[in-house]
Design a protein around this ligand. Structure first.
Ligand SMILES: Cc1ncc(COP(=O)(O)O)c(C=O)c1O
Length: 400
């Protein structure tokens, strides 16, 4: 009998982490590598937030806290949901976890039984299908296409729903495409969901604040109040507040579900880091003005990358509404051979040859469930982005 759990055979390790590791190895071996794989802002946590963490340590706020969050943070989250999303929640409806990742995982663990299906629009954030599998459910990937700007259509959602569907996972702006749904586009999806009362909505609003060109973020329970009682609104401080290492995520939803999630957390990790929770209170209650300032920079980088990638032969790069990713197609490169002799028969082959021959690390589309594409994270300096895109252009020009 195997020592390792059979459940492990159902999941694969994160491809984004694999790319970062490979790029790191090449760098350590002395190669000049530009990493466009990372999913985190390239700037530091704002000073007021860091100071709140330091004050928490000095004040001895270093002990266990309630398993799913301190009342002050739950209060700050309720205020944030009212302020930004027009949603009314009480602290009893809030769960705080160790990153957005743990929140999503708790929710799936708390609700999935064998055979339960979870609809996940593809391309998707790498962890959704594997989390569903770990929790014993069945991920149902529904492919979108570049023609609909990687957004799920109501027809496709309708066709994917079965009596076994438990959750619909929604993520806007999206990792890996940056696609953000307008109010009308989201309403078309919530109209479908209103016809299927057994389907719950898990909305991952992690990139809510990273939006450009006057795009207005909206979230399912806000667009369709009729879904309030079966929606789990998930969010966190990792991306907008450059707090990826602090590990604080949260969710708002029906009390029964929140209680079930707390039960799981209390028997696994217990409370998220006490110091990080106090820093998150400051992040949510403190000044928010650096967010639009950072967005000016992100938008400039997005425009730079989209322009340069569209100038590369064989690449087509749509302009996304948010997050810090673009998801260009390499359809025009498939079937060719690189200058270094690699046969480009897939997006994985494209990304591997690009890393080996030009030292640019991107994540291939198959990892996100839609080929032939790759993901670029533009959360890095303008100089690095310009150099990386120039190398991608050279790589493409060398394809025969
Ligand atoms: C769409 C999406 N959801 C959730 C997360 C997890 O965030 P956290 O670092 O807070 O666990 C990420 C991180 O990459 C993400 O891209």
């Amino acid at each position: 009998m195997s020592f390792l759990s059979a459940t492990l055979d159902r999941v694969k390790p994160s491809a984004t982490i694999a790319v970062t590791t490979k790029a790191g190895e090449l760098k350590a071996a002395g190669r000049d590598v530009i990493g466009l794989g990372a999913g985190e802002p390239d700037f530091d946590t704002p000073e007021n937030i860091k100071q709140a963490g330091i004050r928490a340590i000095e004040a001895g706020k270093t002990k266990y806290t309630p398993a799913d969050g301190i009342p002050e943070l739950k209060q700050a989250i309720c205020a944030k949901l009212k302020r930004d999303n027009g949603l009314d929640y009480s602290p009893k409806q809030i769960s705080v976890g160790t990153g957005g990742k743990q929140i999503l995982y708790n929710a799936l663990m708390a609700t999935l039984n064998p055979g339960d299906e979870v609809i996940i629009p593809a391309p998707y954030w790498v962890s959704y299908p594997d989390m569903v599998l770990l929790a014993g459910g069945e991920p149902v990937a529904v492919e979108t296409s570049i023609d609909t700007a990687f957004k799920l259509t109501p027809e496709k959602l309708e066709a994917a729903i079965t009596p076994k569907t438990k959750w619909f996972i929604f993520n806007s702006p999206s990792n890996p495409t940056g696609a953000g749904y307008t109010h009308a586009e989201l309403k078309a999806l919530t109209d479908v969901l209103m016809k299927h009362p057994h389907v719950w909505v898990m909305t991952d609003d992690m990139y809510e604040h990273l939006v450009y060109d006057d795009f207005e973020f909206c979230t399912p329970a806000q667009v369709e109040p009729g879904l309030y009682d079966r929606t789990l609104t998930c969010n966190g401080v990792s991306k907008a507040y450059a707090m990826t290492g602090w590990r604080i995520g949260y969710a708002a939803g029906p009390e029964k579900l929140i209680n079930a999630m707390r039960k799981i957390q209390s028997q696994s990790t217990s409370n998220p880091c006490s110091i990080s929770q106090w820093a998150a209170v400051e992040a949510l209650n403190g000044p928010q003005d650096f967010i639009p300032e950072n967005n000016v920079m992100f938008q400039r980088r997005r425009d730079l990358v989209v322009k340069m990638l569209n100038e590369a032969e064989g690449i087509e790069c749509p302009v996304p509404e948010g997050a810090f990713y673009v998801y260009p197609s390499v359809q025009g490169c498939i079937g060719k051979t690189s200058a270094g002799g690699a046969s480009i028969d897939s997006d994985e082959a494209f990304a591997t040859a690009l890393l080996e021959e030009k030292g640019v690390a991107v994540v291939f589309g198959a990892a996100f469930g839609l080929s032939p594409y790759f993901r670029v994270s533009y959360a890095t300096s303008d100089e690095a982005l310009t150099e990386a895109c120039t190398r991608i252009q050279d790589f493409c020009a060398g394809l025969k």
